[in-house]
Write a protein that binds this ligand. Structure first.
Ligand SMILES: Cc1ncc(COP(=O)(O)O)c(C=O)c1O
Length: 349
């Protein structure tokens, strides 16, 4: 990508020739490739236009709508006169309380909704702005490989450097993190983890996070856990929360989202929870960039968190059945042993 060519010569109404003009973008734009899913979507559109029957495994868009209770609450709240003004960048306190209550109920994690929870405009917005809050020019972050594009490019946009470490073997991942920290000067400042992992589906058990927190303390790096698939799990597997590991709140934060389990991807509701200093810093950045989510959406999200647990579980079962169908189909057509595995414990695609 490069700057635009200069405009063609133009004259004003008096016939005076105006200087050609060139749009000169910031260097950071040149460091960003076109978003991969935008490329996939363009390809999809092209194939469908040509009449081809394409199964879309690109964007992790929910296939079902949100729970009717949630939609009804949104409609009801949208009629309230006083909910249409600017909100708070941090999100309404009652929603932050509900998020804290869910963390306690599901993971036994205690969070102070005033200081340790912030509402984000989807977890992608929160993650990107958190990178601006914690990464400085030339500082290094470790991210999982293969990577979800935002993990790489939010750090690039924050002028940071990125090291990618392969996730398929979690013990090896941890020892590679330690090795990188021992041999790099200056040491990495941030580690991003994402379990269940997109795009590999790699999952871990709670002990992984216990070890990770120890490493973070030993080598002084902050942790961001992207927990986008917290609510989408198969075969009775419960993805563990990073924040449940002892001392996790001292070293990092976790992002969760309503996009996947609650079928609310377009509503753009996410949360960042954990270390109060990092949450505060994200709030400062957001205070300059946005006024948070439409409050009616936040109120409907409270209803979703409080009343629709059963629907979230049912949604995972739908994805699990689709996974089984795909794996059975691949086993009978490709016949590979690899497809016989039921090791894909998470992810809707
Ligand atoms: C790993 C990962 N993180 C974050 C997101 C984005 O989530 P949100 O809709 O909350 O921005 C996705 C969406 O596909 C994802 O796969």
């Amino acid at each position: 990508m490069s700057d635009s060519p200069p405009t063609a010569p133009v004259s004003d109404s008096q016939g005076e020739q105006l200087k050609p003009f060139r749009i000169q973008l910031a260097e950071r734009i040149n460091r960003l490739p076109q978003y991969v899913l935008a490329r996939v979507n363009a390809l999809l559109h092209q194939k469908r236009k040509a009449g081809q029957d394409v199964i879309d495994l690109g964007m992790g868009n929910p296939s079902e709508p949100p729970h009717p209770l949630v939609i009804e609450k949104l409609a009801e709240a949208a009629h309230e006169h006083d909910l249409h003004g600017y909100g708070k960048a941090n999100g309404i306190l009652n929603l932050r309380r509900e998020v804290a209550a869910k963390y306690f109920k599901k993971f036994g994690v205690r969070l102070d909704p005033e200081t340790e929870v912030i509402v984000t405009i989807g977890s992608k917005e929160g993650f990107s702005h958190m990178c601006l809050a914690v990464m400085g020019a030339g500082e290094t972050a470790i991210i999982p490989a293969p990577y979800f594009p935002a993990h790489m490019y939010a750090i690039v946009m924050a002028s940071g450097n990125v090291i990618t470490l392969e996730v398929s073997d979690s013990e090896k991942f941890l020892s590679n993190v330690a090795f990188t920290c021992q041999h790099m000067t200056p040491k990495p400042k941030l580690l991003v983890v994402n379990y269940p992992h997109n795009p590999s589906s790699k999952t871990i058990d709670p002990e992984f996070f216990v070890e990770l927190v120890k490493l973070a303390r030993r080598y002084d790096f902050m942790v961001i856990s992207d927990f986008a698939y917290a609510d989408v799990a198969f075969d009775g597997y419960q993805p563990p929360s990073f924040l449940a590991a002892p001392g996790a709140k001292d070293v990092g934060v976790e992002f969760t989202t309503m996009s996947k389990g609650y079928n609310m991807a377009g509503w753009r509701v996410g949360y960042c929870c954990g270390n109060a200093e990092m949450v505060r810093a994200l709030g400062i950045i957001k205070g300059y960039y946005d006024y948070g989510l439409f409050q009616a959406i936040q109120i409907a999200s409270i209803v979703a968190l409080r009343h629709t647990d059963a629907a979230v579980e049912a949604q995972s079962l739908i994805y699990q059945a689709r996974r089984d169908l795909v794996l059975d189909g691949l086993s009978s057509t490709v016949g590979s042993e690899a497809w016989n595995s039921r090791d894909l414990k998470s992810r809707p695609h």
